[in-house]
Each structure stands twice: as C-alpha cells, then as structure tokens.
Design a binder for this molecule. Structure first.
Ligand code: NAP
Length: 276
C-alpha cells in the first residue's frame, strides 16, 4: 500500500528550497520499513513565498504527521506555528513541525539534541570548544554545548558580529576569531560551516594547537570523510562525522511523527545506505 493507493495513509515530509538532495526520506523510510509501520515520508519542495500557504494547507490534512524543515525555512517557521518549548529564545531556529491530534501545529528543534547524542558520554563541563561558522547549525551547537556545561567557546567565523551576537544571546563565555586565525588550544573542535562539503571550498585549518585528547566533530556529511576529519585522524584525534548528528536529529523527529522509537540496532546498515 502507498499514499497513491491509500490517500489516508499517514505521512511526514521534509521541506526546503532546494530539497531534492535531502537524505531524510531515506532515513525515515528505512525505519518505517524495519518497524513495519504503514506510513510514508517524502520530500516537498516549498519556496519561501509558498511557506505560509503550505502550513495552512497541511494543518487541515489529518494524514499529515508533520515535517522536517531545512534551509531556508528554519527561521521563518518560528512565526508560523506554536513554540511551546521556547525554541525561539533558546536556539532561534525550528527544524521540526508536528501536527497534534487536535490539528494544532507545534514546532521544535531536534538538531541540538541530535548534535549532542554522539558525544554525550563525555563530560564537557568547564571544557573549551571551538565552533567554526555562526549560522543555523552553530546556534543549535551553541545551545547543546551550553546545556552540556561547556566552559568557554571560541567562534571562528567570517562574520564576527554574528558570532558575537550568538554568544551574547546565549550568555556563554567566549570569544570570536577571524577565519584565518590560528586555532586556540581546545578540547572540542566543531565545524558548523559548509566548508569542506562537496562543491564548497575546503576548510583551511591547522590542528597543531589541539591537545592529543581533543575531539574533532564535522557536521558536514557529504563527503563523510572531510579534509578536516582526515587531518584529525592523521593526528590520532577522536572524530565524529556528520551522519551521527543527521541520524540523531532524525530519530527524535521520527518519534514525534510516528510515535515509535527508531530501531537503532540497524544503524550500521543505515549508515552504509546513506553513503552509497
Ligand atoms: P547556514 O545557516 O547557511 O550557516 C553557515 C555558516 O557558515 C554561516 O555562519 C556562514 O557565514 C558560514 N560560511 C558559509 N560559507 C563560508 C565560507 N566560504 N567561509 C567562511 N564561512 C562560511 O548553514 P547551516 O544550516 O548552519 O549548515 C552549516 C553546515 O552544517 C552545512 O554543511 C550543513 O549541511 C551542516 N549541517 C549538518 C547537520 C547534520 O545533521 N549533520 C545539521 C545541520 C547542518 P555567514 O554567517 O557569514 O554567512
């Protein structure tokens, strides 16, 4: 059975502009199949001009469980749905909208928890982190690190003003460096910029100042092994790639859409599918 043959079949989707590249359908459909849940997950191309109409239409569709939200709608969505968790103040971006049984819509952000999940076993309280980039993903990273009790954050960003604004808004101790600055000593280095992604310029950064027990985390997942992660592995530093966060944030959204916990015991198979 599909939504074409059964229009009442529950479904969720990911919206953005562009959207064809999204890996979310692959992840959600993989879990739906493994759990034998009769539901669908698909992409939906929505331009900024279409966003409020889209929300209006979907709120009246009882088969629609909600959507994941990607570039460029994460900020605009804050004005269109309820925000019971205070995501606007805490993170400033929404990546998930859920339709409640009564038809009302509420938004949340699963990026922060998805980011933290792969590194949550370590104690980050009082530690030093460096975050490259000051966009939407960096906001979620900043919130997650604050929750984890991080001591200090250095932003490396091309817009110093934006990065300073993030630190002030989050009331986190830290500083801002330009893109060509030498890295400070840090326990955790995070790339939250698109640098190093396929089709984007490489991330030019020298890891020498990092101690041997530092962890390097790249949010970019295409390619999976970025130049940054290659350089970190060469130095025998611990690394986390972008797929862990992608799967982590999707798992939280899946629970909200379909009311079931994803079968994480199949993660290795899912990762293989995602890089194929
Ligand atoms: P975004 O909101 O567009 O922010 C990108 C940030 O990177 C901005 O601060 C931008 O600077 C900076 N930047 C872009 N190009 C740059 C360049 N050439 N030199 C220096 N800085 C540059 O994007 P985002 O949503 O934060 O996403 C950032 C990356 O994280 C993307 O690669 C995305 O795929 C990845 N991501 C991964 C996951 C995951 O689950 N693994 C989740 C979210 C995002 P300005 O502020 O000056 O524009």
């Amino acid at each position: 059975m599909t939504r074409e043959t059964d229009p009442d079949m529950p479904y969720a989707e990911v919206i953005g502009d562009p959207i064809a590249h999204s890996k979310s359908p692959l992840i959600h459909k993989f879990w739906l199949e493994r759990l034998a849940i009769e539901a669908d997950y698909r992409t939906c191309h929505v331009t900024p001009a279409e966003l409020s109409d889209y929300i209006e239409r979907r709120s009246g569709d009882s088969a629609w469980r909600g959507c994941n939200v990607t570039i460029p709608h994460k900020i605009a969505m804050l004005d269109l749905v309820a925000d019971p968790g205070g995501v606007r103040e805490k993170i400033g971006a929404m990546n998930t909208v859920v339709r409640q049984a009564d038809g009302s819509l509420m938004g949340t952000n699963t990026d922060a928890a998805g980011f933290l999940a792969p590194i949550a076993d370590s104690d980050w309280s009082g530690k030093q982190a460096v975050v490259i980039g000051a966009g939407g993903a960096a906001r979620a990273v900043l919130f997650a690190l604050k929750q984890a009790g991080i001591g200090e954050i250095t932003f490396v960003a091309r817009s110093g003003l934006k990065a300073t604004g993030l630190l002030v808004q989050a009331s986190v101790k830290g500083s801002v460096l330009p893109m060509d600055a030498r890295l400070p000593k840090a326990d955790l280095l995070i790339n939250a910029s698109p640098l190093g992604m396929t089709g984007k310029p490489p991330l030019e950064i020298y890891l020498d100042p990092l101690p041997d027990d530092a962890l390097v985390y790249d949010l970019v997942y295409a390619p999976l092994e970025t130049g940054l992660l290659r350089a970190a592995k060469k130095r025998d530093l611990a690394v986390v790639d972008g797929l862990d966060m992608l799967i982590g944030q999707a798992a939280l959204a899946f629970e909200l859409f379909f009311g079931a916990t994803p079968p994480m015991e199949h993660d290795a198979e899912l990762r293989k599918l995602l890089v194929a």
